[in-house]
Design a protein around this ligand. Sequence first.
Ligand code: TXA
Ligand code: MG
Length: 315
Amino acid sequence: MKNIYSNIFSFNKKTLGKSIANLKKGNVIGLPTETVYGLGGNAYSKMAVQKIYNLKKRPKNNPLIVHYLNYKDADKDVIFNRDFYKLYKKFCPGPITFVLKKKDKSKIQSSVTAKLNTVAIRFPSHRTTRSVLKKLNFPLAMPSANLSSGISPVNALDVSDEFKKKIKIIINSGNSKIGIESTVVSLVGKPKILRPGIIAAKTIKKFLKITIIKKSSKISSPGMLKKHYSPGIPVLLNQKKADKNCALITFGKKYKNKTNCFNLSKKSDLKEAASNLYKTFRKIKKQGFKKIYVVKIPHSGAGIAINDRLKRAAN
Ligand code: TXA
Ligand code: MG
């Protein structure tokens, strides 16, 4: 029988070799990270970056995150500052992205940064993607591997659902542990959180004075589009129950196990809930529900990141 997922490969030496060869040729591939799966390509190659924007149907004014193995590799592209070193030491490699000033002599394509003079950089902790980065002499521009404004993929099958056979390689490393995108922190001028994530503001505040940007400002983050993370069906927030034929996303043990109920975390663990959010959206959509009702999710810790995504999904 023909394998319909012939572009999904488990990670081994052969897959690593193929992935490196493809990336060096300027192709893009699907890669796992601890947050969500990414669509990676050479950040120094105009052709590779173009492919990323085209595949995702991403607006050109929404810049991409550039991924490195460690800060030494990023040194040639960005200007570090004290705030960066503080957070790097504490959280990297891991689910946090830093916006910094780009160096004039950097080889990062201007299309990666949407012509801004800043670059968003990240050091993923996922072993697979680190093995790939180790073998490259260029960083990876890597947005989440989904069509623009949709929800991020958390496993190889999700990526395949988004792009079908349009990409040749998707490396399968199971489900992304965290399940939502990295925290994006701007360290240009006063430190600001542009996108909340699993590393919460409260945690960062232990090391650095930082503010959360509530409204998306045009200059600081052109990509923080209001409508984003959309599952493609209406989402209603702060609900107590769902209408007939609609799905209800719940949280905590007080909800009954009905067939239209999808519990993000029975034990009321917000990190677990975050890791189940996109998976649940996809499951509900696949089962053919026409609308999603969501109960109120506590607004603290990872709940802030969850509510950010829910609000955009409902927009
Ligand atoms: O967890 C993640 O960050 C995943 C994995 C694959 O690493 N990537 C990801 O990329 O979520 P993407 O492209 O879906 O989201 C990148 C976000 C966008 O909101 C974009 O606007 C913002 O980062 N961004 C990128 N460069 C920026 C810059 N120079 N200034 C401000 N925001 C920037
Ligand atoms: Mg994305």
